[in-house]
Design a binder for this molecule. Structure first.
Ligand code: ZN
Ligand code: ZN
Length: 391
């Protein structure tokens, strides 16, 4: 394999070229190399190479990393609030190829097809952690879309260019064809191929966008994820989907959120479940365990009652997930796991076996200990946890 060419060399721009120059160079090359246009055998490879170079050089952060380390991902990757979603579009979403197809196909209005002038909504997928869902977060998404053309402000007209009534359809946007058939004359109507059905053409179209008013472009958008969001819910960023043709309304960017499974908590509705481990002696006597809560720096105190059983649930109110759009929160439910200690000393084991021997005797003969207990008792069980259940 040949060594990878320098991205600047691929696009034929200087190292200090500005964003607009890079974009123009990319569009020019992409137009000549797009597989729909260029039938040369190596066109597709070259198109991919150009696309890769652009996707790095059009992204400030990736470009800075590339310049400094020779690797767009840098030495340690990106910060967690920065997400490049252009690779995650997947099969069903918008791929860069799809964006190009819209660019090449859009506005030309294939014969008979009603041209689509409004921009489409774009759906993208965003993974966040449960902690981020609990606190709410802001993410900077980097993605590719058809965006309003910078050079003509989305009008599609070059400097001095004007919109004019289409001469072919006289502004109706439709052309009527009359065919003679054996049944007589038949009229068929279709969208005007010259103006794509809009009824208007530009006398001097913008060269950068070919008169469409939009170009494939790398964009950054900040999206705010509200606290308490659930997996599968989405956040809409208005106007950040595909740009409309020649200044028509843009579609929206629909960010659907998926929450990564947490290692510490399991979410059920707005409640959070977690496990707390205590040893069997602690379970007998009762204890207090302090857990890290779901929010940063938050502590949750779990009161393990004396006589606690394996799997017993201790509810800590209002320490679960925030309810979206409200101050209220769900509960934190600690599920107790009792572990048998294996590191007891001989002396400790002897004391425990003494208790065990006493209990064996007691259960055979002695009546149940009085509720008041003896004055010499060092420790007294607060309440026999099994007593109530037996009734
Ligand atoms: Zn027309
Ligand atoms: Zn333009």
């Amino acid at each position: 394999m040949e060594p990878k060419r320098d991205y600047y060399e691929v696009l034929g721009v200087d190292k200090d070229a500005d964003a607009r120059t890079i974009k123009r160079a990319f569009l020019k090359l992409a137009r000549t190399l797009h597989p729909d246009v260029n039938k040369e055998p190596d066109a597709e490879e070259k198109f991919k190479e150009v696309n890769e170079a652009y996707s790095v050089l059009s992204d400030d952060q990736k470009r800075a990393n590339y310049d400094r380390y020779g690797d767009p991902n840098g030495p340690a990757g990106f910060g967690s609030d920065y997400v490049d979603v252009s690779d995650i579009f997947g099969g069903s979403g918008f791929g860069f190829g799809d964006i190009f197809d819209s660019f090449f196909g859009g506005g030309r209005g294939g014969a008979g097809a009603q041209a689509r002038t409004r921009g489409r909504d774009m759906g993208i997928h965003l993974q966040i952690t449960l902690e981020e869902a609990a606190a709410g977060c802001a993410k900077t998404l980097s993605y590719e879309r058809l965006a309003p053309c910078d050079d003509c402000n989305g009008t599609g007209a070059a400097v001095g260019g004007r919109m004019q009534t289409c001469s072919r359809c006289h502004g109706t946007g439709r052309v009527v064809e009359v065919q003679r058939t054996i049944f007589g004359q038949m009229q068929t109507q279709s969208a005007c191929p010259d103006c794509g059905g809009s009824g208007q053409v530009i006398d001097h179209p913008c060269e950068t966008c070919d008169g469409q008013g939009r170009t494939p472009s790398r964009e950054k958008v900040e999206v705010k994820i509200p606290a308490g969001i659930h997996s599968g819910q989405s956040v809409k960023v208005e106007g950040k989907g595909e740009a409309g043709l020649r200044g028509e309304v843009s579609g929206d960017l629909v960010v659907s959120v998926e929450i990564k499974p947490s290692e510490r908590f399991e979410r059920q509705g707005d409640d959070l479940y977690c496990t707390v481990k205590v040893d069997s002696l602690q379970a007998i006597l009762g204890t207090k365990v302090v857990l890290d809560g779901i929010l940063e720096g938050e502590k949750a105190e779990v009161e393990i009652p004396a006589g606690c059983q394996f799997g017993q649930q201790v509810v800590i109110e209002r320490r679960g997930m925030p309810r979206m759009g409200m101050i209220a929160r769900g509960n934190l439910v600690a599920v107790v796991q009792v572990e048998t200690p294996t590191d007891l000393t001989k002396a400790q084991l002897l004391s425990i076996s003494a208790i065990e021997a006493e209990r064996s005797l007691g259960s055979a003969a002695a009546p149940e200990a009085s509720e008041e207990g003896g004055a010499d008792d060092k420790w007294r069980a607060p309440k026999n946890p099994f007593k109530g259940k037996k009734k």
